[in-house]
Ligand binder design. Structure first.
Ligand SMILES: NC(=O)c1ccc[n+]([C@@H]2O[C@H](COP(=O)([O-])OP(=O)(O)OC[C@H]3O[C@@H](n4cnc5c(N)ncnc54)[C@H](O)[C@@H]3O)[C@@H](O)[C@H]2O)c1
Length: 465
């Protein structure tokens, strides 16, 4: 069996960085090199001060500090890292296509294909290539085709090893995963040996019973399925939140009662302004696209509804703000507490905050944002990427400040968009005193104690009551 001594990971993002840091920490005999074409990102991973690494995850900087320079390296020299590696993880982004066939739905695999062509060009000895990115089912076939047809005659084994970490808890998820999934060509000797090699890497810290091996297609499809199921639970409880608001039921009480049924379980039943993040939407759209391309229209419609519900929830929250503020927010100051798509991450991709802000900008609101981990430039870039407002208008009407209290001063309303713990500990009485009256508070994350806030004097709107 191949013993892995040298790993290369292409893509130093939210998955590649943390995943490889843990492999390096747990497998000191393996040299792990994470490469990326983004020079700034690699420079940040190499920053002398580990607090400046480009991805914020609780506990990650300590692990990087321990392993970096020992057996964990970050580099822009992709060719050299491929050349030396026995095993290459592809962990590049696979966003939704924004052009051509499948626009707005299919996964854009151009970054994956570029990696495959680069590996084929550089590799001079046998390599195991591991799909770590989330990919449409049967992508391994395309990868194999490119590698075999453009390579130097060396043997490539393709494995699928989707990542199930959640941002914000990535380190714990990687140290202690529910399962690790490895798909491979288990019907051939070489395929089986490649699977065993990767199993051995993970077995250095994960019990073998939790390392599942399957065929390639099951593994690829399982990742899309897991994300679709998780997102579906959020859209399901969010659908109920709207019924709660009409009927006087309380969505947390409903979720608790429903979640205590052991067939359902309590997780992912928290109603909110809607899910964000780089994965759920893109992976469901990808599933919808795959279903449509097989002519499975009912399957496609079924999953698409999860996205429709999520978009509805974001819009509904923004509309509620406008309606409550006497049908106009023009010139009014709305404080946004939180911009990241969830707490404990600096990732803002598909964050509900972006869409709510865009809606309010259409209504000529003034927005003041505070997020403990997201930079001003990121916030502006997120709004600019939507393309509905000019850069000048965004910079004129959206201000970014460095404390929650400052954001709320003289505001007509406060909206909680991210469930950062520090918002629970705010001096809400002081915030109230500084706000224009009536002081409206829209809790998009069901984070705060509504009764206490009402006692302070706030007019409170909470999703799902
Ligand atoms: N973010 C998550 O929570 C999460 C969880 C599970 C799976 N995934 C999947 O993992 C994959 C990566 O996600 P991410 O969040 O880490 O993305 P990311 O955008 O944070 O990182 C991807 C990195 O790949 C680099 N890259 C792209 N093409 C390259 C090339 N040809 N050579 C070298 N570097 C290249 C980019 O510069 C970027 O830094 C996606 O398929 C995603 O769906 C993400």
């Amino acid at each position: 069996m191949t013993i892995i001594k040298n790993i290369c990971c292409i893509g130093a993002g939210y998955v590649g960085g943390p995943t490889m840091a843990i492999i390096a920490q747990k497998c000191p005999d393996i040299k792990v090199t994470v490469v990326d074409i983004n020079e700034k990102r690699i420079a940040a991973w190499n920053d002398e001060d580990v607090e400046n690494i480009p991805i914020y995850e609780p506990g990650l900087s300590e692990i990087v500090k321990e392993a970096r320079g020992r057996n964990l390296f970050f580099s822009t020299d992709v060719d050299a890292a491929i050349d030396k590696a026995d095993m290459i993880f592809i962990s590049v982004n696979t966003p939704t296509k924004t052009y051509g066939i499948g626009k707005g739905m299919a996964a854009d695999l151009k970054f994956i294909e570029l990696c495959a062509r680069q590996i084929a060009r550089v590799a001079k000895n046998d390599k195991i290539v591991v799909e770590k990115s989330t990919l449409p089912v049967r992508t391994a076939e395309a990868l194999k085709n490119i590698l075999d047809n453009t390579g130097n005659g060396v043997n490539f084994q393709i494995l699928s090893n989707p990542e199930f970490l959640a941002e914000g808890t990535a380190v714990q998820d990687l140290l202690n995963p529910d399962r690790v999934l490895i798909g491979g060509g288990i019907d051939t000797e070489k395929g089986k040996s490649a699977v065993d090699a990767l199993v051995d890497v993970y077995a250095q810290w994960i019990p073998k019973a939790q390392i599942l091996t399957t065929n390639l297609w099951s593994s690829e499809l399982s990742k899309l399925t897991a994300n679709a199921f998780l997102a579906q639970r959020i859209s399901s409880i969010n659908a109920m939140s709207e019924i709660c608001e009409k009927t006087g039921a309380d969505v947390d009480e409903v979720a608790k009662a429903v979640g205590m049924d052991s067939r359902i379980g309590p997780k992912f039943l928290k109603s909110s302004v809607g899910f964000g993040g780089s994965c759920f939407q893109k992976d469901i759209l990808n599933l919808v696209y795959i279903s449509k391309s097989f002519g499975l229209n009912e399957v496609a419609d079924y999953w698409e509804q999860v996205i429709i519900m999520n978009d509805h929830q974001k819009r509904r929250f923004a509309e509620k703000i406008v309606k409550t503020l006497y049908n106009t927010v023009s010139g009014k100051k709305i404080a946004f507490l939180g911009w990241a798509f969830k707490k404990d991450t600096n990732d803002t991709r598909e964050s509900a905050a972006i869409h709510v802000a865009d809606y309010l900008l259409n209504e000529h609101a003034e927005i003041v944002v505070y997020d403990p981990k997201v930079s001003k430039e990121r916030i502006y870039a997120d709004l600019e990427a939507l393309g509905s407002h000019s850069s000048e208008e965004i910079r004129d009407r959206v201000k970014v400040v460095s404390t929650a209290v400052e954001a709320c001063k003289d505001a007509h309303a406060v909206a909680i968009l991210t469930e950062w713990d520090e918002f629970k500990d705010l001096d809400w009485k002081a915030v109230y005193d500084d706000m224009l009256k009536p002081a409206f508070l829209f809790d998009g994350r069901r984070l705060l104690d509504k009764t206490e806030l009402k006692k302070v004097g706030f007019e409170v709107f909470v999703i799902g009551n």
